[in-house]
Design a binder for this molecule. Structure first.
Ligand SMILES: N[C@@H](CCC(=O)N[C@@H](CS)C(=O)NCC(=O)O)C(=O)O
Length: 321
């Protein structure tokens, strides 16, 4: 059993997923930072018989100490905050910062993930690397020959899902520009013990970490990260286990300002467009189209309610319309 602290003998959480799943490592980093005891079960949830009944069929699945099985990292992180108090909370205290952390978390989960998918299934070298990685984590029962044989169908399945997951090939320049924008924003601020909102991590840091861990491992985006943002590259590796960090919330620096600007220009207009149906919009000067996503309409709804609940002067200062 993996323990990174917590009450001795306390019932552990059980986390199911694979290393190559950004939401899985986001949640594992939260359990570690919060010093909650957990077991890590490395399995591709959709191919793991004991979890066949769990809906929706997504990674990660977290089993709570009372046995309940839950999916969706964002509400799970909020739930951990409610259950385990504010000591090692991932939500900044000031209402403005708390909203911005949730906004950036969502942008990482729903937009940066498109950049990941674009790179991951953009070249055969990247796609085969990812498929080998995922299939190696997926099951323990594959011989070398069966493992090799599982790679081409996985590549084919994932390339075939590009449109369906909102990652159309013609949007490649928009995704690549978005990735560079995130790297440049982080490179201005992060270091050992330095995060977006001070010397402790937030939900935004962990969501960015989840996506960037994969982007920093897959061949093409890894080379981009190492050349352009070496401090971010090291920060991403450290963020996997922040159990030893004891920091403070501080005035956010230039990274938050740059990521908010990106949300104003790209993420918020995209989310709003999706509420009305299929998306066909110009973002940062580039046309972007995808089918309507119900889940992303829920994301907008949640954030819009949090935004509306802010004091008027705080809300106006954020600059979302
Ligand atoms: N909003 C969910 C997203 C989870 C998600 O999309 N997981 C991916 C893997 S990273 C998945 O299971 N995709 C379905 C598949 O690969 O079949 C969360 O934050 O947990």
């Amino acid at each position: 059993m993996t323990r990174t602290g917590g009450e001795p003998g306390a019932s552990p959480y059980v986390l199911y997923g694979v290393e190559a799943s950004p939401y899985t490592v986001k949640l594992r980093a939260a359990l570690r930072y919060r010093r909650l005891p957990y077991r890590w079960v490395c399995r591709f949830v959709q191919m793991y018989e004991p979890l066949a009944h769990v809906r929706p069929q997504l990674m990660p699945v977290l089993q709570f100490p009372d046995g309940e099985l839950r999916t969706d990292s964002t509400p799970i992180l909020e739930e951990l905050d409610e259950r385990h108090g504010s000591d090692r909370s991932l939500l900044p205290e000031r209402p403005r910062d708390r909203f911005l952390a949730r906004l950036i978390e969502d942008m990482a989960d729903e937009w940066l993930t498109k950049c990941l998918y674009h790179y991951r299934f953009g070249t055969m070298e990247d796609a085969e690397f990812a498929a080998r990685w995922v299939m190696d984590d997926a099951r323990g029962d594959l011989s070398a020959a069966d493992h090799a044989a599982s790679v081409p169908p996985f590549v084919e399945r994932q390339i075939g899902r590009k449109e369906q997951v909102g990652c159309p090939p013609e949007a490649a320049p928009l995704f690549e520009a978005s990735y560079l924008r995130v790297l440049d924003a982080l490179e201005s601020t992060v270091a050992n013990g330095r995060f977006l909102f001070g010397t402790r991590p937030s939900v935004a840091d962990l969501a960015l970490f989840g996506q960037l861990k994969t982007l920093g491992t897959d061949p093409t985006p890894m080379a981009v990260m190492r050349a352009r943002a070496p401090r971010t590259d090291a920060w991403v590796r450290r963020a996997d286990d922040l159990s030893g960090v004891d920091g403070e919330w501080e005035e956010p620096g230039p990274a938050v300002a740059a990521l908010l600007e990106m949300a104003q220009e790209i993420y918020w207009p995209f989310l709003k467009a999706n509420t009305a149906g299929d998306v066909d919009i110009v973002l940062a000067g580039r046309r972007f189209r995808q089918p309507h996503f119900r889940y992303q309409a829920k994301c907008y709804d949640r954030l819009a309610k949090l935004h509306a609940a802010l004091e008027p002067e705080v809300r106006e200062g954020i600059g979302l319309e």
